[in-house]
Structure formats: structure tokens, C-alpha cells
Design a protein around this ligand. Structure first.
Ligand code: EPU
Length: 340
């Protein structure tokens, strides 16, 4: 077991905060992970599993073990003329998996291009973008019980997926470690082109036959680059907040006041409002506390100017929540996983 003490988390988390953990351990197989779970060090310390560190904000140093998967196998379990089932190790970089699927003409991941992070976390967080959520292609999730070391498999339904949500963030929080994920992908062309820039792409073609996953990937990468900071250059966790879902009654009151407010109808009684718009319209674009600031091109992102401390980020998070609550009566909740 390769365990490093006092390991800096700055470069293995995309927020790039100057924090450390007491122990850092990586493993390459389920067998190695079981050995770790059975070790004295593991039993005596608290632990946290990380993926690409792209959704984690440490409120301070972590006084325990940070575990990171390097399980990287990719197996095709079943292939028919219509679909393929692939099992991917939790440690595979998510976008490498997307590139693999596109290269093989397997449809379903292309709208999720360029999302930072790894396969394991994709199944916990139910990552989503441009009209697609990963739960639409997940078949099963293989896990290890953190206490017993036993292997368990959860079906898609058992994962209780919702908007950026799953059972692993609620009832089973900190109970399981995802070791691999099975995806079911279509081999027949199947596109989701409902989102703005992709709609334009569809309209620009003379026939559906011309559509390609590579073109969709390129449009998405371009759109993301124009709005979201590149985590290699500017520290952030992408969306810091979830888009709040409010009652129709509250929405109606706000809409009368702010007719330019964008929204998505969720059900007859519920409406989702972009947190980025609420924050920008509250006058917080570029607002800064210490080295943490509201990213100008997408206000739902908290960025690090290279000198932010955990305290700066936490103070800015609180300030945004308080300001939005006061102005609209809406309580924003972080999408980022804040580790206290
Ligand atoms: N808007 C503003 N000001 C802002 C940001 C957004 O007015 O600062 C407005 C936009 O003009 C638009 C609306 O809000 O009318 C929605 O903005 P956008 O299309 O950028 O999407 P979003 O709802 O802000 C969500 C996801 C992103 C994902 C995009 C595209 C959440 C919390 N965020 O953002 O996910 O890339 O849709 O599908 O659901 C991530 O999770 O890290 C992430 C970036």
C-alpha cells in the first residue's frame, strides 16, 4: 500500500486551494482497495474518496485519508447490432471515456463532452450538460462497502437518480466506493439536440444523415470554453450552485418583477431558474472576497485568482447565498461538495 503523508491537494483538485490531507492513498484494483479497507490505518482514520477533484471544496486541511482510484479497465460486456454494454473502471478520466465512445460510434456520451472528473464520480454526481444526464446511459454501478469491503452492485433504479443527485449523495453517503460503472450505449444514431447551440447545429444541416458525434463534441467544447474556466488555468469546480427549483407561485411573482428571467418548466407546479442569472442580476458579477471571485462569464462559478484560501471561498459562498435569499427569497444550495 503506497501511502503518502501530508499530501497537498492543490493540484489534484480543480479549485486549487492550498490545503493538505493527512494521508493520500491510490489503488489500482478492487483487490488493493479491499486490502486498504482492511488495514489498521484505514480503520483508525476517517476517509474520503476523490475522483478528479473537480467537485470538491475543502474548507480546510483534511485530517484523514484521501483515497483515489486508478482502476482503469474498459470491458465490452455485450454487443448487439443496436447497443453495447461497457464496464469502465472508476479511475478512467470521464472525457477519455467520451472520446473512446465517439471513436467507436457508440452514442450517448457526446453531450457530456469535456466535463472534468472521472467515471466513478460521474455515477455519484449524475453529471449532466446540454440536455443529457449520465443516468440516462448508466445500467449498473459496482461498489465496495466502505465498512465490510463487500462488493455490491446497484441497478440504475436503485441509484435513485435526480438532478445532480443520487442515493450516494443521500442515504448511502460515505457508505460505498464506486469501483466501476456499466453503461448501455446505442449503436444506432441517437442525438439530443434540444439545447441552444445544438439546435442551431441541427437547423444548419440539410439532412439528419449529416449529424455527427464529433461535430456535437466540438460545439460543446467551444460553448464550454466560452463560458467556463479551464480548470488547468483558473481554479473552480464548474457550477458551484445547483439551479434552484421553485414553486410556480414564487416563480410567477418573480417573473412579473423580472420578465427577462430565464427559466425551465420542470412540472406544472415547479420551475427551475438558472442560479447564474440570479447571481448576475443581484449585481454580483466579478464580486470578490480575498482571492475568490464570481466568474464574469458564468456567475454560477466561483473562481480562484490563484491566491484564494478556503476561507475566502466559504465566505463568498455564504455572501452569495445571503444576497440571493434577500433579493428573491430563494435559497441556493451548493452543487459543489463542501468538505468541512
Ligand atoms: N445566465 C446568466 N448569467 C450567468 C449565467 C447564466 O444570465 O452568469 C443565464 C444564461 O444566459 C441562460 C441561463 O442563465 O439564459 C442558463 O445558463 P447556461 O446555459 O450557461 O446553463 P446553466 O443552467 O447556468 C447548467 C449546468 C452546467 C452545464 C450547463 C449546460 C447546473 C448547475 N449547471 O448551467 O453544468 O454545463 O447547464 O448544460 O445545472 C457543471 O455542473 O459544472 C456545469 C457547468
Amino acid at each position: 500500500m503506497n501511502c503518502i503523508e501530508n499530501y497537498p491537494l492543490t493540484d489534484i483538485t480543480t479549485m486549487h486551494l492550498p490545503v493538505k490531507c493527512k494521508y493520500f492513498i491510490e489503488y489500482e484494483s478492487v483487490f488493493e482497495l479491499k486490502e486498504i479497507i482492511n488495514s489498521e490505518l484505514y480503520v483508525q482514520n476517517k476517509s474520503l474518496q476523490i475522483g478528479g477533484g473537480s467537485n470538491l471544496v475543502f474548507a480546510g486541511d483534511y485530517d484523514g485519508i484521501i483515497l483515489h482510484s486508478k482502476i482503469k479497465f474498459l470491458n465490452i460486456l455485450k454487443e448487439t447490432p443496436d447497443y453495447v454494454i461497457i464496464e469502465a473502471g472508476a479511475g478512467i478520466v470521464w472525457d477519455d471515456f467520451v472520446k473512446f465512445c465517439i471513436s467507436k460510434n457508440f452514442y450517448g456520451t457526446e453531450n457530456l463532452s469535456s466535463i472534468p472528473g472521472e467515471v466513478g464520480a460521474s455515477a455519484v454526481q449524475n453529471i449532466g450538460s446540454y440536455g443529457v444526464e449520465v443516468c440516462e446511459i448508466i445500467l449498473q454501478v459496482h461498489c465496495l462497502d466502505k465498512k465490510t469491503g463487500n462488493e455490491t452492485t446497484f441497478t440504475n433504479a436503485q441509484c435513485q437518480y435526480g438532478y445532480r443527485d443520487s442515493i450516494f449523495k443521500n442515504e448511502y453517503k460515505d457508505k460505498y466506493i464506486v469501483t466501476s460503472v456499466e453503461y448501455k450505449l446505442s449503436k444506432q444514431p441517437k442525438f439530443t439536440l434540444t439545447y441552444g447551440p445544438l439546435k442551431h447545429y441541427k437547423e444548419s444541416l440539410s439532412s439528419d444523415d449529416e449529424m455527427s458525434m464529433s461535430a456535437i463534441r466540438n460545439i460543446i467544447i467551444k460553448t464550454r470554453d466560452s463560458k467556463l474556466p479551464n480548470p488547468m488555468e483558473i481554479g473552480s469546480v464548474g457550477s458551484f450552485f445547483k439551479n434552484p427549483i421553485v414553486s410556480r407561485d414564487l416563480f410567477d411573482i418573480l417573473y412579473r418583477q423580472y420578465p427577462s428571467m430565464p427559466f425551465y418548466q420542470v412540472t406544472d407546479a415547479l420551475v427551475k431558474i438558472p442560479a447564474g442569472w440570479l447571481i448576475e442580476n443581484a449585481g454580483l458579477k466579478g464580486f470578490k472576497i480575498g482571492g475568490a471571485y464570481v466568474y464574469e462569464k458564468q456567475c454560477l462559478v466561483i473562481a480562484n485568482n490563484g491566491h484564494a484560501s478556503s476561507n475566502d471561498v466559504m465566505a463568498l459562498c455564504k455572501y452569495i447565498i445571503d444576497t440571493v435569499k434577500e433579493k428573491y427569497g430563494i435559497l441556493l444550495s451548493p452543487e459543489a461538495n463542501i468538505i468541512l
